[in-house]
Design a protein around this ligand. Sequence first.
Ligand code: ZN
Ligand code: ZN
Ligand code: ZN
Length: 337
Amino acid sequence: MPNENPIFELRTDPIVGRRVLIAEDRAGRPNDFLAPEASREDASTVADCPFCAGNESRTPESLLEVAGETGPWQVRVVPNKYPAVTLDPPLASSRPGTPLPGIPPLGTHEVFIESPRHVRDITELSAAELARVLRVHRQRLHDWSADERIRQVIIFKNVGNPAGASLEHLHSQLVALPEVPAVIAAELQAGHEYHSAHGECIFCALLRDELADGRRLVASNDSFVAFCASAGRQPYETWILPREHYASFEQLTIEDSESLAALLQDVIGRLQAQLTPLAYNLILHTSPTGQADVAHYHWHFELVPRSTQLAGFEWGTGMHINPLAPERAAARLRDVA
Ligand SMILES: [Zn+2]
Ligand SMILES: [Zn+2]
Ligand SMILES: [Zn+2]
């Protein structure tokens, strides 16, 4: 159905200043997304899935295992079999004459297997199970924060093929790095400048503005708020922030893990009702190690559904084109019963 009053606007991300073109069109293109995958059969475990209970020998030995009420374990953390970084890197290859020889890819790369059952999204876990997964994330963040080689921990989840998932069994990943990557460095810099000028956290200010404005709110509870990003890069890009100021995800309490689990399941359920099948990246941005108490950073999730492909314009400019206005996206998500 054609959109009424389609929005064409060049917008600026309120934190890092990234530009996004909101370019709705009358043909209703926002609904014309990637074709659904073939439907898959249901089974509690799948014989050839390396993450299912019973197939533990097909993954590296566990770094951490959380016992479950049913079955041998509920969450397993294992080293990534195909890591992007390693704490034991081979010596950098330096070819004479190359201006920028490679440096060793130092870091660590872990996988969290979030259920012994073959489930595909967090809505198939109980709220208590998801809360426990979040506490395992917090635990590994805490463990790596004590390692002086590590400056930044990033935790993320890829769900569905268009989001880069190679296995459908519900899992997430942790990468610990010896330096703060550019995206988080830009947020820290913006937070630092804003705090110097206004004496306040830029994310706390953004949250207050979004709550007052209301047009982009998706869902909330006593501890967390989800809203569509005003300069979202993809349709339905949603940010989730704690209402209180916390710089590090390490500060998540048990009660917080339960209300965060409930809100994440609520938001993913709403997205599933709008985008079938739902593919997304869920990214945790938390303060660098040793900066758990800073006033100028505020941990958050960026949830980016992947329904449109990045093409030449995006690769060539770093600027995204979003064919669904965040205000319209939020209204649709709020309308899900
Ligand atoms: Zn499986
Ligand atoms: Zn804050
Ligand atoms: Zn962020």
